[in-house]
Unconditional design. Structure first.
Length: 462
């Protein structure tokens, strides 16, 4: 029996061994840009009462029936062939698949949209070393948060999933959920994953609940926004949003924040303001952020530009282009550890701080094979082991994704890194200041990004 499938815009036919193509048969099928799918020996009417079926060698009529029947048959045939010529969308692929252990090692392709590799890459590499029966190698790809959706959409259009696992924040989760491009992990595969209720305390569980079972959290922190400032030019950090606005007005062009869709500190600053300004509903950027949008619009009059990423913003602080920027605990840690910021860059918080929790997640794209899913689940379980989580202290985190990985269990390198760059005394007090709040729901966050671009980003300096 022949099977039709689409290849490069043409309808190809796959035949079983020993099966011969019939003259004028489906082997000649093709699609054209001007017409719907048709065969070389076209299906159609020979006259008002005849249907010519592809595969009739001489084009002989196969039926002489009433016109209504002829039309019905023609419509069915056209629909069937058109469907065969159209590759299925990945968003229409089965959501729920059963993982299957691969018969040979496979290559994992990890797409990092949130900078997780600087924390986790050694741990990821060690997974491959520890499981040669599952993994032959790991290929790493990086993209900005907005570009992750574009990459997955391109794979959808080609009907071929190259990405095995995605690393991203709630913004990426929301974008992929909206397009139905994720494979649900919980509760479908709970038997192959750790029991999250046993490794996440209430704050971590609250953030995990925002994405449900769409992904598994691998980074967590109260995080930000904190404020990094150049002590050569700013002897004392402004104490609240109103003082920050007054400072920016007095020092035009010396304050900035990176575009929220591309920056963790940028979006945390945006999401903290409804709490600090007393807006009507911090969870509703459409109807509940009147004060926030007015404040950001006024603040924008004294901003020279909104950098396209946190990396650019951090370099601007380092070279003296700006003097105050929002930051996060991890960003402060790593920029000092990597000597991006010198000793003149200090970190502070506002008097009535509104912390926004931050979390990154491990996500599986829709359309992966059962074998890839099996390895993904083993990979996720490996990353969440306490002995792996304590290793993250060495590379920039002060609050692992699981509760049973305290600093006391870290190696000497991790303890030394936190002591030198992690501001343990300052942050212990800072995290007890103000409130700790969840970020926006992933889909609502996308709405906030759109509103920011329309209301604020497109009016810089006005």
């Amino acid at each position: 029996m022949a099977r039709a499938f689409s290849r490069g815009g043409s309808l190809a036919v796959q035949r079983l061994p020993g099966e011969r193509a019939e003259p004028g048969g489906a082997a000649g099928a093709r699609c054209t840009s001007r017409d719907s799918c048709r065969t070389v020996r076209e299906s159609g009417f020979r006259n008002d009462s005849e249907v010519v079926v592809a595969g009739s060698q001489e084009g002989r009529p196969v039926a002489r029936r009433g016109r209504a029947l002829i039309l019905a048959v023609a419509v069915v045939l056209a629909a069937a062939v058109t469907a065969a010529c159209s590759p299925p969308s990945l968003s229409a692929a089965p959501e729920h698949i059963t993982p299957r252990k691969p018969g040979h090692p496979i290559t994992l392709t990890l797409l990092d949209g949130s900078g997780d590799l600087q924390v986790y890459q050694k741990i990821y590499n060690d997974f491959a070393k520890a499981h040669p029966e599952l993994v032959s190698g790991i290929r790493y790809e990086t993209a900005s948060s907005p570009d992750v959706l574009g990459k997955l959409r391109a794979q959808e259009l080609s009907n071929h999933v190259d990405t095995s696992l995605i690393l991203g924040g709630t913004d990426i989760v929301g974008a992929l959920q909206q397009q139905k491009l994720l494979t649900p992990l919980l509760p479908d595969h709970q038997d192959l994953l750790p029991d999250l209720s046993k490794i996440q305390d209430p704050p971590r569980a609250k953030l995990q609940a925002l994405v449900g079972g769409a992904g598994i959290m691998n980074l967590w922190s109260p995080s930000g926004p904190a404020w990094e400032y150049d002590t050569k030019h700013v002897p004392a950090l402004p104490g609240n949003p109103q003082e920050l606005l007054a400072w920016a007005k007095a020092n035009p062009g010396k304050f900035t924040y990176a575009q929220p869709p591309n920056s963790g500190p940028g979006r945390q600053f945006m999401m903290s303001l409804p709490y600090e300004l007393g807006d009507a509903n911090p969870a509703d950027p459409v109807n509940g952020w009147t004060r926030t949008w007015d404040y950001l619009r006024e603040l924008g009059r004294y901003v020279a530009a909104y950098p396209a990423s946190s990396t650019i913003m951090n370099k601007q602080l380092a070279d003296g282009s700006v003097w105050i920027v929002p930051t996060s605990t991890a960003s402060d840690f790593n920029n000092h550890r990597q000597n991006v910021w010198g000793p003149d860059a200090d970190m502070g918080i506002l008097a009535d701080q509104a912390w926004i929790m931050d979390g990154h997640f491990m996500l599986v794209p829709r359309g992966v094979s059962p074998e890839t899913l099996y390895v993904d689940l083993a990979f996720i379980s490996w990353v969440l082991q306490p002995q792996q989580q304590v290793r993250t202290y060495e590379s920039g985190t002060i609050s692992p994704a699981v509760t049973d990985a305290p600093l006391t269990q870290a190696g000497d390198a991790g303890k030394a890194a936190v002591a030198k760059f992690g501001r343990p005394d300052f942050l212990a007090q800072a995290f007890r200041t103000g409130t700790v709040n969840a970020p926006l729901d992933p889909l609502v966050l996308r709405t906030a990004f759109d509103l920011w671009q329309r209301k604020i980003g497109s009016h810089v300096g006005e």
